[in-house]
Each structure stands twice: as structure tokens, then as C-alpha cells.
Design a protein around this ligand. Structure first.
Ligand code: F6P
Length: 322
């Protein structure tokens, strides 16, 4: 098995709180094991355009608690082209980087796949607030994003109660309703609308009216962006109920902020595991959380069937918000 001496690390796709903690773990664990570690800026774009710097222990000081990514990130169109992939490989050869750690979501892992197909050793670390990567129970950033939403919902609930209003809160999650579901359950939302389950406006309206009939005059409805615009849904609800309805779109604030302790621990464990896997000569793998342990699984697990929503939790949320 070919030994690994120099490794590269990059972050790609949407940033997620805890990415810095993962970078720190890769750099420090690598240096601890006498590897040279190179940070690649701006995701695959930096790999293509040779935006590379050698990292030392101090390069990752004071970042474990910071949101965002010190390596910056990008969604790279160039990496989808053959020229881009060839340029990326050229950079790896020039810097004598034997292996790459890619921190990102499924799009980032597809970029990784084009490199492994050409013999580059790659380990993926799942980092996205969406928690939509198959093969791992958790992705870095999800817990923080859920906590952020819960915090915001509790603030909105104060004004919703005072003014006796219905609030539609739109959260992130293009194809995946996990943020809406977990934050909705944790904050006692009256309805949770997710892309995995077709929603019926009549059901939402009926629930609101039933609540109103027994004296409840404020409501919180969490909507995943994948369901549609919170504003459109708000208009329809307002029209059907006549209730004073307000809409808040949380947007990118869900991607910022310090990682929760759980995310910082997960990110550190995944960063360390990625280096372990490379030292063991492994490639084409992803770090994954299974039964609260971080393990390595084949990278192709990330392209497996969609994760699917936790239907038990979804059902429970419905039962608790009668
Ligand atoms: O994949 C993470 C995510 O935050 C999604 O929830 C969201 O739909 C998307 O990224 C937004 O991407 P961008 O920041 O490129 O607009």
C-alpha cells in the first residue's frame, strides 16, 4: 500500500458551522502523524487555480469555535469540466499532494469521485446543514442550524403570542425537511411542512381553525424552502382563515454562527478519522456517524438512496401539536 506523506484539505459547497473544527482536526492530526498538510482555498476552484498553502499548527489556532470556513468555499462549475479536473490533478502533482480530504455535501463528493476515478486518494467529510447525505446519521452543521432555528422560533413566538398572529417561518432545506422537522418538534410548531410529504392546505387551515375555536390565537408554521415560498403559503393561509399572518424567511442566518458543542465534537472526530483512514491506506471513503460513533464507510454510500425523513418523529410532531 502506497504511503501518504502530503495531504490536502478543502471545503466545498454551502458552508456549515463546524467546518473550521474539521479543518483544524485534519491539520493537527496530520501534523501529529508527521504528514505535511496543505490547505486549498475556495474549494475545487482553488485546486484548479493553485490557491494552495501549507498549514502549520498555528494556521488553525483559534478557529474551533468559529462558523464559516477559513479555507473559504465555492460551488465549482469548472470542476464539472474535463479541463478543470485535469488542472486539479496537475496541482496535486505539483505540490506532491498524495491525498485529499474534502469537507462538503453530496455535490462536493461528486467532484471527489472524478478525482478518485483518476487515482487520487480521497476521503470525504460530510458537512452541510441539511443533514441530507445518505450513509451518515449526522452531517456537520445540522445540529447548530437546528439550534439556531429553535432560538429564532422562540423569539418569534413571543411576538406571535402578544399580537395573536399566525407566523410562517421558512427554513432551509431544498430537498430535505430535516431542519424543519427537528426544529419544529423542538419548538412546538403547530404545523411542519416538508418537501418529502405533500402538504394539503386544507389540513393546515383546519388545524388552525380548530385551535382558534378552543381559544388558541397564535400559531407557528415551519416550512422547508423545498415546499415553496413561505410568502405564497402565508398568503393562501391568510386568505383561507382571515387570520393576521406574517412571514419570516430565515435564509442564510441558519448557516452562520459558532458550532454547537455537538457539531464541534462531531467535526473534530470526523477530521481525525479522515486522517486515520488515509494513514491506513484507505481511499474513496467518507467519515460517517453511526450509532453515535464516527466510522469510515465507502464514499458511494453518499450517493445511495435518499435518506428519507424520520417518519416516526414527523408523526409524533403531528400528535403533539393537536
Ligand atoms: O445545502 C445547504 C443549503 O444551505 C441549502 O439548505 C440551501 O438550499 C442552499 O444551501 C442555499 O445555497 P446558496 O447559499 O448557494 O444559495
Amino acid at each position: 500500500m502506497a504511503k501518504v506523506y502530503n495531504i490536502g484539505v478543502l471545503t466545498s459547497g454551502g458552508d456549515a458551522p463546524g467546518m473550521n473544527a474539521a479543518i483544524r482536526a485534519v491539520v493537527r492530526k496530520g501534523i501529529f502523524n508527521r504528514l505535511r498538510v496543505f490547505g486549498i482555498n475556495h474549494g475545487y476552484n482553488g485546486l484548479i487555480h493553485k490557491d494552495v498553502r501549507e498549514m502549520n499548527v498555528g494556521s488553525v489556532a483559534d478557529i474551533i469555535h468559529r462558523g464559516g470556513t477559513i479555507l473559504r468555499t465555492a460551488r465549482s462549475d469548472e470542476m464539472r469540466t474535463l479541463e478543470g479536473q485535469q488542472a486539479a490533478i496537475q496541482t496535486l502533482l505539483e505540490y506532491e499532494i498524495d491525498a485529499l480530504v474534502v469537507i462538503g455535501g453530496d455535490g462536493s463528493f461528486r467532484g471527489a469521485q472524478t478525482l478518485t476515478a483518476q487515482g487520487v486518494k480521497v476521503i470525504g467529510i460530510p458537512g452541510t446543514i441539511d443533514n441530507d447525505i445518505p450513509g451518515t446519521e449526522l452531517t456537520i452543521g445540522f445540529d447548530t442550524a437546528v439550534n439556531t432555528v429553535v432560538d429564532v422560533v422562540s423569539k418569534i413566538r413571543d411576538t406571535a403570542t402578544s399580537h395573536e398572529r399566525t407566523f410562517i417561518i421558512e427554513v432551509m432545506g431544498r430537498d430535505c425537511g430535516s431542519i424543519a422537522l427537528q426544529a419544529g418538534l423542538a419548538s412546538g410548531a403547530e404545523s411542519i411542512l416538508v418537501p418529502e410529504i405533500e402538504f394539503k392546505l386544507d389540513d393546515v387551515v383546519l388545524k388552525l381553525k380548530k385551535g382558534f375555536a378552543r381559544g388558541k390565537n397564535h400559531s407557528i408554521i415551519l416550512v422547508s424552502e423545498g415546499v415553496g415560498s413561505g410568502y405564497d403559503i402565508g398568503k393562501e393561509i391568510s386568505k383561507a382563515t382571515g387570520f393576521d399572518t406574517k412571514v419570516t424567511v430565515l435564509g442564510h442566518l441558519q448557516r452562520g454562527g459558532s458550532p454547537s458543542a455537538q457539531d464541534a465534537v462531531l467535526a473534530s472526530a470526523m477530521g481525525g478519522k479522515a486522517v486515520d483512514l488515509l494513514l491506513e491506506g484507505k481511499t474513496d471513503m467518507m467519515t460517517a456517524c453511526k450509532n453515535q460513533r464516527v466510522i469510515g464507510v465507502p464514499l458511494e454510500h453518499a450517493y445511495g438512496p435518499k435518506k428519507g425523513l424520520d417518519m416516526e418523529l414527523y408523526k409524533l410532531a403531528g400528535e403533539l401539536s393537536i
